[in-house]
Design a protein. Structure first.
Length: 392
């Protein structure tokens, strides 16, 4: 077990109709003029955006709006938001939506609070020294960005997708009403459940230090998400299942399931970032498509963890050897992905990558991690290529 710092400053307001408290919370955290940042689609059609603006109008809190956040949020919209905030004198951000709107808002907050090009932070050239404060009204349980220190942005030029982590961007508050997720298409719900699981699995499959209480919480979270993901396939309006998944999404990415280890592996995410950057696929689906190939490539180097996962999470019976048990666990998770209609390889994802594409993604991934990364197994460019190739 390693020592750790655990920091979760976000105030969570969870339950039905909690979006009505937006103005009250903005005032609590000092907001005087707000940028409401959102995607569009269901946020507008459902009336949620109007309910939020009505709440701010009644409270006398001035605001401006910026829609257009999309999956794999774009740097160009971040620049637009930075300019708008500076022009309008905005001092607080309110993201209404899922991870895309939240991550985009975080990037806008970095850009307003720091001089120079905000992409420098995502390109690892500089470190941020602040971020405009922000709150969240969550509509998609997936990324955990509502409590995390993470933001992922795609730069259109070169199709480069990069993440940046800093405690400065942790939201001041997160409003979580599970009912708001009921308008999601089934595919997006399944993508979200997959992403939630991956945030914990990235921390779980490590060769560097583990803590029994953390492992037990991680395993319980994974089992809970799997159980409720299958309930939502059959009954998408099930409030209790929505609530379980929504809270699991926050706990999976606020640092809790990584306490006591070496920080986790994160290579499944890094590999998927290249898929998302090049093909603009849904993040959760991309993770499901790449995970099995990653797992089979690294499991022998992290065998005790994969065996434990097979037994404690997937519930498989011990096989003749630890390796056989580990492989049964990998196969069992892929079977789960199929039950919730997630892909288990790139072809099922709808990606027909050329050899050149595979090499390009591997090279960009290696550049993005400064040559090598991984805790279950340290991966370099040749390893990344081999995983992409196997995922075909």
């Amino acid at each position: 077990m390693y020592g750790f710092n655990y920091y979760t400053p976000t105030k969570v307001v969870f339950g039905k109709n909690t979006e009505a408290k937006a103005a009250e919370l903005i005032r609590e955290f000092g907001g005087k003029k707000v940028l409401i940042h959102y995607g569009g689609g269901s946020v507008v059609r459902s009336g949620l955006l109007k309910r939020v603006t009505d709440t701010l109008d009644e409270a006398g809190i001035p605001y401006v709006t910026l829609g257009g956040a999309v999956p794999n949020p774009r740097l160009s919209l971040v620049y637009e938001g930075i300019d708008l905030c500076r022009k309008e004198g905005v001092d607080f951000l309110l993201a209404v939506g899922g991870g895309s709107a939240i991550d985009s808002a975080k990037a806008i907050g970095y850009g307003v609070a720091n001089e120079g090009d905000v992409w420098d932070f995502y390109d690892y050239r500089r470190k941020a020294t602040g971020c405009l404060p922000l709150g969240v009204i969550l509509t998609i349980a997936a990324t955990g960005s509502e409590m995390s220190d993470s933001s992922v942005i795609t730069k259109e030029e070169g199709l480069v997708k990069r993440g940046y982590n800093s405690d400065y961007c942790r939201p001041k508050f997160a409003i979580m009403n599970p009912e708001l997720t009921m308008t999601l298409p089934d595919y997006q719900t399944a993508c979200g459940c997959t992403d939630i699981m991956m945030h914990t699995m990235e921390r779980y499959f490590t060769s560097g230090g583990n803590m029994e209480i953390t492992d037990s919480m991680a395993e319980s979270l994974l089992r809970t998400v799997m159980t409720n993901a299958e309930i939502l396939v059959r009954d998408p309006k099930n409030y209790e299942a929505r609530a379980e998944v929504m809270w699991a999404g926050s706990l999976s990415h606020n640092g809790l399931t990584g306490c006591g280890n070496d920080g986790g592996d994160w290579m499944t995410h890094k590999l998927e970032h290249e898929l998302g950057g090049l093909y603009d696929v849904a993040h959760g689906a991309g993770l499901a498509a790449i995970w099995g190939s990653w797992a089979r490539y690294v499991y022998k180097d992290c065998l005790p963890r994969f065996k434990r996962f097979a037994l404690n999470v997937m519930g498989v019976a011990p096989a003749g050897s630890d390796e056989e048990t580990a492989l049964k666990g990998i196969e069992a998770l892929e079977d789960f992905f199929r039950r919730i209609h997630m892909p288990t390889n790139l072809r099922e994802l709808g990606v027909s990558a050329t050899e050149e594409d595979l090499h390009t993604m591997a090279h960009k991934c290696a550049v993005g991690v400064n040559g090598a990364k991984g805790s279950a197994k340290l991966l370099r460019e040749a390893d990344m290529y081999a995983i992409f190739k196997a995922s075909m």
